[in-house]
Design a protein around this ligand. Structure first.
Ligand code: SF4
Length: 450
């Protein structure tokens, strides 16, 4: 990587899974505002539901998620009881009829850490209180370790039709360094179990930048992953922030690849996936030809939300569980990230939301520009500004910020269209930064670009 690219690769930039980003959420978000937003939902608005399970069997040293390893299962059981109450308390506040949930996503943590009866109770609560639309996608994140054919069948019986496995890396040495031993055969069996149970859609997550990884090892991981035929594969860069995630101190600095190696690893994984039947989507997703995400890319309906790229067209996203973020036409709201506060709000019959941000008209305009760039690597900013009723001058400063990025080859402008070339897709977040009115490059505020 040359010095110019390295400068951008090491800079901190938002992930742009939302705009404004979570850094702009303010504390003490007013519950009345949240209630007004729920009540103002259009009767025919479609809904997406996200449920967060903050528990895992064992801590992976690289983990950046909001999760814990409980001493006993009792803690998880109490969490589930409160989660059910949270769903029950929120549902009557949501305007409109039932049957509008087009996507339901169970994330964590490890949702499959829960006993089947508890998983089933949560799915039933969402079904009873909100109702699934015909053909809704019901997806769950899973840990291949401890996954069994019985679990696969139970998930299928509950209605799940997509499963996402955290694969990360197949190399045994890397798995040892990250405290996550899950041999290739185990993952292959999980995919088979899922398919046999009738859950046809499978996602994998892979990671580059982990301790002990080399360009050859990540290429091999990507090749093996593609060989198992998941519909979609997401490739994330490991964010080493041990001052923030203390368990990451178990990863030695000297085992981590440097910035040049991280960049080469990201490219190598992408090349291996594309050589094995996958197409690149946006920053970091890959999908097999025929997958609905490829269709959404081609027909312009691809979206980006807190789970990354999605074909979810829902008008609003309702999040349940500690730290879960909801997205409404008026803005974002987040449940307390402190589990004790989240629990006590529910016990007191109060709402769990404690942070959020309401959109300004300008936010909505910039959000559309950024989302389009993140999804399609191209956007016509002036047209979007005009659509939102803003003069071109409203984004004149963004065009200025774009000039050095253009000069350095991160993007080009053709006839008013900003285009991120395929070979610079890893830097699309940097280009988005030019249209972010809040973004100030500052160390340790966001993830590194690479
Ligand atoms: S299983 Fe996933 S959420 Fe749990 S510790 Fe490992 S990486 Fe984190």
């Amino acid at each position: 990587m040359d010095a110019t690219l390295k400068k951008y690769a090491t800079a901190d930039v938002p992930r742009y899974t939302s705009y404004p980003t979570a850094v702009q959420f303010s504390e003490g978000f007013d519950h009345r505002t949240w209630k007004d937003w729920l009540a103002a939902l259009d009767e025919d608005a479609t809904l997406s539901v996200y449920v967060h399970i903050p528990f895992c069997e064992k801590m992976c040293w690289y983990c950046g998620c909001h999760t814990t390893v409980p001493n006993t299962y009792d803690r998880a059981e109490r969490y589930v009881q409160r989660l059910l109450r949270e769903i029950e308390q929120t549902a009557p506040l949501v305007n409109g009829p039932k049957g509008r949930v087009t996507h339901f996503h169970f994330g964590g943590g490890t949702p499959t850490y829960l006993k089947e009866e508890h998983l089933a109770a949560i799915v039933a609560a969402v079904r009873d209180h909100f109702g699934f639309a015909e053909g809704a996608e019901i997806a769950v994140e899973m840990d291949p370790r401890g996954f069994t054919p019985q679990k696969a069948r139970a998930l299928a019986d509950m209605g799940f039709n997509r499963g996402s496995f955290g694969v990360q890396d197949f190399n045994p040495h890397v798995q040892e360094l990250i405290n996550r031993i899950q041999p290739y055969d185990q993952v292959a069996r999980c995919v088979e179990d899922l398919h046999k149970a009738g859950i046809a859609s499978v996602n994998f997550d892979l990671i580059y930048g982990l301790p002990g990884q080399t360009i050859e090892s990540v290429r091999e991981t990507a090749r093996l992953a593609a060989g198992l035929g998941p519909d979609r594969i997401a490739v994330f860069g490991y964010a080493h922030v041990p001052w923030f995630k203390r368990h990451q101190k178990m990863i030695r600095d000297e085992d981590l690849p440097d910035i040049d190696a991280r960049y080469e690893q990201a490219l190598a994984m992408g090349e291996a996936l594309c050589a094995n039947g996958y197409r690149a989507i946006g920053l970091d997703h890959y999908a097999k030809e025929g997958d609905s995400m490829i269709a959404a890319l081609d027909n312009g309906t691809l979206r980006r939300n807190f789970q990354g790229y999605t074909v979810d067209p829902a008008d609003a996203l309702l999040g349940f569980g500690t730290s879960a973020i909801s997205s409404m036409p008026q803005g974002f709201a987040q449940s307390s990230r402190d589990m004790a506060k989240w629990a006590s709000a529910i016990d007191n019959g109060e709402l769990t939301i404690d942070r959020g941000v309401a959109y300004t008209d300008e936010d909505l305009m910039r959000a559309e520009i950024i989302e389009k760039l993140m999804c399609f690597l191209r956007v016509r900013p002036d047209e979007i500004a005009e659509k939102h009723g803003f003069p071109e001058a409203a984004i004149a400063e963004s065009w200025e910020k774009l000039k050095p990025l253009q000069a350095d080859g991160l993007c080009r402008v053709e006839d008013g269209e900003v285009i991120v070339p395929d070979e610079r897709r890893l830097f699309v977040r940097t280009v988005c930064g030019a249209f972010d009115a809040y973004y100030k490059p500052r160390p340790n505020r966001h993830a590194k670009a690479i």
